[in-house]
Design a binder for this molecule. Structure first.
Ligand code: FAD
Ligand code: NAP
Ligand code: NAG
Ligand code: NAG
Length: 466
């Protein structure tokens, strides 16, 4: 009788344990995919694996410190992490500590949501000279990304040039020019705050290869530049030739954005302002110019362009003319880039994404993707939410269509935890992240700030496991 009982129990257990899904990456895509899966399948269990000991991806390490309201999504992510059928495992570098094949064996399905951890390169001579930074690293520096804590950008030059005109470029420009009073109560790192307080940067040029009608930023971010105290706009009216005539045919958001730029061209702003910013159009970077000592960047050579074609898909073609700009700080903000993390997973090196159809990874049953690694490194958090919900829906459809074999029991986190243990990898659970969180808030409070981020992974781990 007892043997039969045990057998029934085991069978009962195995048939009652529902689908187990693993998510790689604890940023918006990971959390929104988990949220939708948990909601749509009352029997699903979802485990999130994150490389860092801390969650939230670019909400923590990308979103600008002076945009705290954007970070409110952390509350929703926290609810998901605390859901009884969800668990968060930080400090696990997937691809190194555990392979995708190992995860696929332990789970019914695996979703790749690991974002875009690389930067696109300009591919021009001098790009690697000191004084040149990728926006990814510069943003990581002021936002406390552990790998960027030693960046030490030299801010003792008057002019900074930012290449690219997306919202990241405007974030960087704003942080460089904002009065320290605007930043000092935010969660910007104390390091960065002190460096910015001593900054000599007075002029920031934001350079685009195409024209005003193709600028990639949005109006809210442009308005913040226009409204910066003690800072005026310094634009080139010649860049705006013919724009007034084109206005009437533009879709409304682009029209308003363009009108705001034209207003800034016309009014310029307070003549007594000590600092200035300017958009520069029709200019592509061709070479970073070294100073006389050949040791660091002292300027940038730009090629002047003309546009071919029309609308937003127009291309920039060089005219043959060149222009040199003196500057000691160059920030390349031409986009982030996903990187492959495991040779067993298909990767499209040209588009720098995991090739997929509606979130189903090409040629790999049971493997899915969401967020920037699925679509490429563009789109706001709401875009990432939508596409993560889409991936979760597709995954559930596949479950319901019998495309994933749910009849086999999968061990999930239990097996992975044991495996990681044999490799000397210890995880940070969500409750342990909350200790880090509490410590950061405490340190912030004593400095009059929202939070003071820990910059050192070992220190994070010490507090997490204390
Ligand atoms: C500088 C900047 C500012 C932004 N500001 C805003 C804003 O103000 N408002 C807005 O709506 N949107 C903003 N965005 C866009 C928004 O951040 C993205 O849409 C969103 O973060 C993309 O989510 P994701 O989960 O795909 O990637 P990510 O946020 O990058 O998350 C990926 C996660 O995966 C982890 N990971 C990476 N590799 C591994 C691995 N091998 N194993 C395990 N985990 C791994 C990473 O550590 C990270 O936590 C900003 C983007 C940037 C770059
Ligand atoms: N506040 C916010 O809401 C916020 C803040 C930050 C980021 N984000 C979002 O995050 C996403 C990523 O932002 P992003 O600024 O990195 O990307 P982005 O919006 O795609 O902008 C990239 C910029 O780089 C330029 N560029 C690309 N390749 C280039 C090259 N080889 N040479 C010269 N210029 C080049 C692009 O010009 P072309 O147009 O000519 O290609 C564009 O101006 C965006 O969707 C953005 O809206 C949002
Ligand atoms: C960006 O990444 C590449 C590697 O892909 C690197 O060589 C380059 O120096 C980085 N920085 C900049 C500013 O592009
Ligand atoms: C997200 O999806 C909703 C519903 O389909 C849509 O109304 C909204 O515009 C989308 N948002 C973004 C940023 O794509």
């Amino acid at each position: 009788i007892s043997a039969l009982f045990i057998l029934l129990c085991v069978r009962g257990l195995s048939s009652s344990s529902g689908p187990r899904v693993c998510i790689v990456g604890g940023g918006p895509a990971g959390f929104y995919t988990a949220q939708q899966l948990l909601k749509a399948r009352q029997d699903a269990a979802v485990d999130i694996y994150e490389r860092l000991p801390v969650p939230f991806g670019l909400v923590r390490f990308g979103v600008a410190p002076d945009h705290p309201e954007v970070k409110n999504v952390i509350n929703t992510f926290t609810q998901t992490a605390q859901h009884e059928r969800c668990s968060f495992h930080g400090n696990v570098n997937v691809g190194k500590d555990v392979t995708i094949d190992e995860l696929r064996q332990a789970y019914h399905a695996v979703v790749l949501s690991y974002g875009a951890e690389g930067n696109r390169s300009m591919g021009i001579p001098g790009e690697d000279l000191p004084g040149v930074f990728s926006a990814k690293d510069f943003v990581g520096w002021y936002n406390g990304l552990p790998s960027n804590k030693e960046l030490h950008p030299d801010l003792s030059f008057e002019t900074a040039v930012i290449l690219g005109q997306g919202n990241v470029a405007l974030d960087v420009a704003r942080i460089l020019l904002a009065p320290v009073e605007m930043l000092k109560e935010t969660d910007i790192t104390q390091n960065a705050l002190e460096a910015l307080a001593g900054s000599k940067v007075r002029r920031v040029l934001i350079v685009g290869r195409r024209g005003p009608l193709q600028i990639a930023c949005t109006i809210k971010e442009l308005r913040e530049m226009v409204n910066l105290p003690n800072t005026r706009a310094d634009m080139l009216p010649a860049d705006f030739e013919g724009i007034a005539e084109a206005l009437k045919d533009l879709p409304r958001p682009r029209k308003r954005l363009t009108e705001l730029m034209m207003k800034a061209v016309k009014e310029g702003g307070d003549d007594k302002a000590e600092k200035c910013w300017g958009l520069r159009f029709f200019r592509s970077p061709v070479e970073v110019l070294a100073g006389a000592d050949e040791k660091r960047a002292a300027g940038i050579r730009l090629a002047l362009n003309k546009l071919e074609g029309s609308g937003e898909s127009v291309r920039a073609e060089v005219t043959g003319q060149l222009e040199d700009v003196d500057c000691g700080l160059i920030i390349s903000s031409i986009g982030y880039k996903s990187i492959p993390i495991d040779p067993a997973v298909p990767f499209d090196p040209r588009r720098a994404i995991v090739p997929n159809e509606m979130g189903r990874v090409q040629d790999t049953a049971g493997l899915y993707c969401s967020g920037w690694v699925k679509r490429g490194p563009t789109g706001v958090i709401a875009t990432t939410m939508n596409d993560s919900f889409d991936t979760a829906r597709v995954l559930i459809q596949d479950m319901e269509a019998g495309k994933l074999d749910l009849s086999v029991n999968k061990p999930g986190a239990q097996a992975i935890t044991a495996l990681l243990q044999t490799r000397g990898v210890r995880m940070v659970l969500f409750s342990q992240w909350e200790k880090i969180n509490a410590e950061e808030e405490k340190r912030g409070k004593s400095l009059g700030k929202a939070r003071e981020k820990l910059l050192d992974v070992d220190e994070m781990l010490k507090i997490a496991w204390s």
